[in-house]
Ligand binder design. Structure first.
Ligand code: GLY
Length: 360
């Protein structure tokens, strides 16, 4: 087992990574002083697969809330239903929420925890690779709005994150690859050696070898924890983590969540690399490296349908990072060389989208 600490002033918290990690849950809960009730939040898919494993290790009084699986649950309506249940059971300020599932459960549950009684404690137990390497770490919580993804949210750090790689054994290939897209993003931003590592260990990763997955997750947690510790609220360096996400979120929104989040981030990286290349920032060989690693894990390199460039640009302008209609893009100038570009030309976006156009 590996423990990575997210060091924030007065609010440091551990991330446990490895196999049989759930055995740490009961002692961790005993350390959280003063609670009398626990809420276990999960979704229909995870409940069907893994609920017993977590329930048997939870001490005391637990209220189970199961939401429908899928991105549509990240909504105001679903949040309202959670609050109704919290009110019904009189969930108090010192009580604790456990989020048990993928990014949807973590983001929605984290936001409910951030806002109920002006903030209660929560622990994240991610069950997807996507949530383990990215969404469960760093305290970004939120829900979607018709105007765009994650437009409503808050920074609220969990008290602990427990990542048990045993859960990844049941992930289908698309879900595994979607998580790998976020890992490839972290590698492209920070380290050519880590990018190469993905290819060198591709067979073991695809075979869901627990030790290899634990190493991959731990490395991602270290990278993300380092960035979050330096800039918790995304005023500066944390903005680099949006690499692939500005175009990626726009695609996700326009395709009404037909593709996985990680698949959209992969496509977003391809387009944003093309933008960087067109601006003379990123050599073609480096863009090709990222593309090859995405391809190795079967991530989509083309959209399922042609998207209107103006609509993509418009969706980018609705991104929460946009300021007065200008969207800052996190680009790379090479593997391990992130850069924030504040002015992106509409013509650049339009031309760059061609790299993922299915008809070209
Ligand atoms: N997913 C990017 C971040 O947490 O900042």
């Amino acid at each position: 087992m590996k423990i990575i600490t997210v060091r924030l002033a007065g609010r440091s918290y551990p991330i446990f990574v490895g196999t049989k990690i759930l055995s740490h849950l009961a002692p961790l809960l005993r350390e959280q002083a003063g609670w009398s009730q626990l809420v276990l939040l999960t979704d229909t898919t995870v409940a069907g697969l893994h609920l017993e494993r977590v329930r048997t290790v939870i001490p005391g009084n637990v209220t189970l809330i199961t939401i429908p699986a899928g991105e549509l649950s990240k909504s105001l309506a679903q949040l309202g239903e959670l609050f109704d249940r919290f009110a019904e059971i009189r969930l108090g300020r010192r009580d604790v929420l456990l989020t048990f599932g993928g990014g949807v459960v973590g983001d929605l549950g984290g936001f409910a925890a951030a806002t109920w009684h002006r903030g209660i404690r929560y622990l994240q137990i991610p069950t997807t690779l996507e949530a383990a390497v990215d969404a469960s770490i760093g305290g970004k919580t939120g829900i979607n709005h018709a105007g765009g993804k994650n437009l409503i949210g808050a920074f609220h750090q969990p008290s602990a994150v427990l990542i048990d790689t045993d859960f990844f054994a049941t992930l289908g290939l698309r879900d595994l690859a979607a998580g790998l897209a976020e890992s490839i993003k972290h590698a492209a931003l920070t380290s050519a050696a880590f990018l190469d590592w993905h290819e060198q260990h591709a067979d073991a990763i695809l075979a869901r070898d627990p030790a290899t997955l634990a190493e991959l997750v731990a490395r991602n947690c270290e990278i993300k924890a380092d960035v979050v510790c330096r800039d918790e609220r995304e005023a500066d360096v944390r903005r680099i983590l949006n690499y692939g996400h500005t175009i990626g979120h726009a695609i996700e929104h326009l395709l009404a969540f037909e593709l996985r989040h990680g698949e959209c981030v992969g496509l977003g990286m391809l387009v944003e690399n093309e933008i960087a290349h067109r601006r003379g920032l990123l050599p073609r060989s480096e863009a090709d490296r990222v593309r090859a690693v995405l391809a190795r894990f079967g991530l989509p390199l083309k959209l399922p349908q042609t998207l209107d460039a103006a609509a993509v640009l418009e969706a980018c302008r609705s991104d929460k990072k946009a300021q007065a209609g200008h969207v800052p893009f996190a680009l790379i100038a090479g593997i391990g060389q992130p850069q924030i570009a504040s002015e992106i030309d509409a013509a650049d976006v339009k031309a760059a989208l061609r790299v993922i156009d299915p008809n070209l």
